[in-house]
Design a protein around this ligand. Sequence first.
Ligand SMILES: Nc1ncnc2c1ncn2[C@@H]1O[C@H](COP(=O)(O)OP(=O)(O)OP(=O)(O)O)[C@@H](O)[C@H]1O
Ligand SMILES: [Mg+2]
Length: 248
Amino acid sequence: MITLDHLQKGFGGRQVLKGVDLQVKRGETLVIIGGSGSGKSVLMKHVIGLLFADSGQVRIDGDDLAQLKEPELTRTRRRFGMVFQNAALFDSMNVWQNVGFALMQHTKKRKKAVLEIAQHYLEMVGLPDVLYRMPSELSGGMRKRVGLARAIATSPEILLYDEPTTGLDPVTSDVINRLIRSLQEQLGITSLMITHDMVSAYHVADRMAMLYQGKIIETGTPEQIRATDNPYVRQFISGSSDGPIEAG
Ligand SMILES: Nc1ncnc2c1ncn2[C@@H]1O[C@H](COP(=O)(O)OP(=O)(O)OP(=O)(O)O)[C@@H](O)[C@H]1O
Ligand SMILES: [Mg+2]
């Protein structure tokens, strides 16, 4: 469903992605792991067409994103829900307006219906009582969950999660992991998730891929990743500072 073909991207002469090849199959959850600054968020922004590659391709169901004209690109983007690393809520709107934003913009649903949908998804992420709060009145973890509710409120076909559990307490993280799993199992949603939370990665992944120095150096099922003899992957998943990975 999603194919990245030798994706390269640099900023100001510094190469971040040096030829990323990756496929996400329909209905699966693929988790990308990798160090801070390795280019995970940059990679994800290419998938939804917020950034465009210097060379290589991103194809969604065979369509090269870079070749799509504006209306088609917009239509393709609407098939996605995205949970941004920093939540990226609209600060001037309250919580239900954030969660219902796309529904108000792109459907004919009335305010009352959107409010009910917003409430439903906020309950799913464990926030039943925050409809009328402003983002500035929420904790970081609460903002993150509002961002997740917003991403799933439009019932997208594909969900992109950038660090959905980072900074959440372990119990809330588990609620979110289960929610991600159930969205996949019950609705067949295709998901691409970035995380360095290995508990979460093992919980939700059908397959995992590790990004290191601009390339995918290993892909496999959680069992295969656990058993790998690739020294970079081994060091990363064991969270050790001893090994071949250069910090930073
Ligand atoms: N719009 C941009 N302009 C210039 N440089 C950028 C831009 N976006 C990202 N970068 C650079 O690309 C590199 C990778 O950034 P990215 O945000 O993808 O890292 P990451 O793997 O998501 O890290 P983290 O785990 O800390 O979120 C960083 O060196 C960053 O400074
Ligand atoms: Mg990131």
